[in-house]
Write a protein that binds this ligand. Structure first.
Ligand code: GFB
Length: 314
């Protein structure tokens, strides 16, 4: 597969999000015309608005980075929003892409699609082999439906629609709201605040023992462009760093980078979530792609971005 992006019209759905933003920036060096549209232009949960937008947009390809996303607590407490909004967004876009003859569609899922107790590192074919993790089953079901939509349009209509499954992502443009964020921005913000306050402790949710794999959003964007150009197939592809750490190890590393030297304490009223979700990186590595940004370097860069943008969360 060698899909030429040069001269193509490529819509990044969700360009205001962390991954969508990084993907739009990464695509800018590919010679294609990057199309973006905010919620004021098209509400992706509204079928008629999506249909009208795609009818006029004359697209060649779509990167589907638009989604209702959040960390463990948001997923656990807003199941209806996570299931409904994600189902609507992806169904509206896939159907309208087919209707308007869009050649390429890249769907973004999540590593939480895999069973709670999947073998580690998790191979792509572990999908639908066991029960999901309860804190995020709603989001996971919506993302599994998205993979199946891409496969169904390939099977029934011969559409070249593909799916990528990114691991836990972080980087500039992340959400640092402590109630709805993922762990990385939460810990960066908490460590920074504790340092400023001169606090003796920082509180992390759960036991600190769950293991998570982290990938910088810019590495993810690079992998997505790589797949858009070079992958065509029915099966989804994992996008990860191939390495994981415990939440405690992550917290220690963030504290080092931020310069907070106090003690780490645990809020055991908060959930741990799945014990481990390290994805197998073999398929993507086998195609010739590898990440470039190490965890410490990525955290430092993200902390710098937070320092420059922190008024957004005050
Ligand atoms: O990143 P996170 O919210 O999501 O949490 P998941 C990862 C781990 O970090 C959990 C712990 O064990 C949390 O309990 N943690 C510790 C914290 N302190 C904090 C904190 O201050 N904030 C947060 N948020 N976590 C999400 C899914 O799961 O991952 C989504 O819910 C999606 O559906 C996403 O798949 C990538 O990795 O547990």
């Amino acid at each position: 597969m060698n899909y030429q992006l040069d001269g193509k019209r490529v819509w990044v759905a969700g360009h205001r999000g962390m991954v969508g933003g990084a993907t739009a920036r990464r695509l800018a060096s590919e010679g294609c015309e990057v199309i973006t549209a905010g919620r004021d232009v098209v509400d992706l949960t509204r079928q008629s608005e999506v249909e009208a937008f795609l009818k006029d947009a004359r697209l060649d390809a779509i990167v589907m980075a638009a989604a209702k996303v959040g960390g463990i607590l948001a997923n656990d407490t807003k199941p209806a929003e996570f299931l409904y909004e994600n189902l609507m967004i992806e169904a509206n876009i896939v159907a309208a892409a087919h209707e308007n003859d869009v050649d390429r569609f890249l769907f973004l899922g999540s590593s939480c699609i895999y069973p709670k107790f999947a073998p580690q590192p998790i191979p792509e074919d572990a999908l639908l082999t066991g029960p999901l993790e309860a804190t995020n089953e709603w989001y996971a079901i919506a993302k599994i439906a998205g993979i199946k939509l891409a496969q169904a349009y390939r099977k029934q209509y011969g559409r070249d629609y593909i799916s990528a499954m990114p691991t836990n992502l972080y980087g500039p443009g992340d959400n640092f709201d402590l109630q709805s964020s993922h762990v990385m921005p939460a810990i960066i913000r908490k460590a920074h605040q504790a340092k400023l306050n001169g606090d003796k402790t920082i509180t992390v949710w759960g036991t600190g023992t769950p293991r998570r794999e982290f990938l910088h959003a810019e590495d993810c964007a690079d992998a997505l462009v790589f797949l858009l150009k070079s992958y065509s197939g029915y099966e989804h592809v994992n996008v990860g760093s191939g390495e994981d750490v415990t939440i405690l190890e992550l917290t220690q590393l963030v504290c080092e980078v931020v310069g907070f030297e106090g003690e780490i304490v645990h809020d055991l009223s908060k959930p741990d979530g799945t014990p481990r979700k390290l994805m197998s990186a073999d398929r993507l590595r086998g195609m010739g792609w590898a990440p470039r940004i190490g965890l410490r370097e990525g955290i430092a860069q993200t902390y710098d971005w937070f320092l420059a943008n922190q008024e957004r969360w005050q």
